[in-house]
Design a protein around this ligand. Structure first.
Ligand code: GLU
Length: 325
């Protein structure tokens, strides 16, 4: 049972490396409804630190798609790249405190020593060698999993207690060889700076959450509560992808779906309120609760979306429908 004990501050944090995906919109929507249901604050953070793949065009397209759904940030947009200096300062702090270390092992050396499979763990070669700052070879920065940690346990508001054993953990990379900190690091600095106290995002982020919890502890920040939303699946039970039809929100707009119908449809992918299928926006805000979000994958059913869209179209006045067309 989720009991809300604080002033809720949540965020949706898209990376502008593509158009808004239907799964991203569902995460935005759940966070927005959770905030509104609790008289809390909903924020949008643009995670644009991947400079090669992020574009202003995608930032605009994501914000437009959210605005089309009438989902807006309650405070000015937080643009992650504007806080780069701060990210680097905290990175240096962890190195100075010996909670992170420079790793000079090149990819070629690692492949030679450990092979090139996907689940290879770092052999800690650089971990206990004192860092030689005069070394001019390129290096990445790795987080030092504290010696006294036996496992990482946390409460997921949807899934209950989750425990990850130490042997599943690796001294993971927190900054690339060009000095730029990676997603798992900057997200912790920004969430703490923005005073986010509930982080709800897709189940595919569970592995990231474990790393972020360790970073919260190392940095001495207060952790948010965590919730991992069920995956959106195709009718065969696989991960929803382009092959299953449109995955980007703008395509639904172009195809003539009404934003309220899409919103109503998406909220039912993982959340329920008795047998009710059609909800006004006010009802959604009133009824939404993380307690009623399930943990198993939700099947994306385009026929049900078409049916709901029909319900919404038929309920519109002729004038409203005409102006929408
Ligand atoms: N930028 C990340 C993504 O789009 C954010 C994930 C998160 O919510 O922490 O997947």
């Amino acid at each position: 049972m989720v009991t809300i004990s604080k002033d809720v501050r949540v965020r949706f944090a898209p990376s502008p490396t593509g158009n808004l995906h239907i799964g991203g919109l569902r995460a935005a929507l759940f966070n927005w409804l959770f905030a509104k249901n609790n008289n809390g604050t909903f924020l949008i953070r643009i995670e644009d630190t991947d400079k090669e793949r992020s574009t202003q065009e995608y930032v605009n397209s994501i914000i437009d798609a959210l605005a089309w759904m009438k989902i807006k940030s309650d405070e000015p947009l937080h643009i992650q790249s504007e806080f780069e200096q701060k990210h680097r300062e905290f990175l240096q702090k962890l190195i100075t405190e010996n909670k992170a270390y420079k790793c000079f092992c090149s990819t070629e050396e690692l492949v030679k020593r450990l092979g090139d499979g996907t689940n290879i763990k770092y052999d800690l070669c650089c971990r206990d060698q004192a860092c030689d700052d005069s070394d001019k070879r390129p290096y990445v920065v790795r987080f030092k999993i504290p010696d006294n940690i036996e496992n990482v346990t946390f409460t997921d508001l949807i899934r209950g207690t989750i425990t990850i054993a130490r042997d599943q953990l690796d001294d993971f990379i927190i900054a690339r060889s060009d000095g730029s900190p990676v997603y798992n690091f900057v997200v912790v600095i920004d969430d703490a700076a923005m005073k986010i106290n509930y982080v709800s995002r897709g189940e595919e982020h569970l592995g990231n959450t474990v790393k972020q919890i360790l970073l919260y502890e190392a940095l001495g920040f207060e952790q948010p509560a965590w919730a991992h939303l069920p995956l959106i699946l195709n009718p065969e039970g696989g991960k929803l992808s382009k092959r299953d039809g449109a995955v980007s929100v703008v395509e639904y707009k172009k195809d003539g779906y009404l934003p309220d119908a899409l919103l109503n449809y998406l909220v039912r992918l993982g959340w329920s309120h008795g047998d009710q299928e059609v909800f006004t926006r006010e009802e959604l805000i009133k009824f939404f609760s993380l307690n009623a979000v399930g943990s198993s994958g939700a099947i994306f059913d385009i026929e049900k979306l078409d049916w709901l869209n029909g319900v919404y179209i038929r309920s519109m006045s002729a004038d409203d429908l005409l102006s929408y067309i």
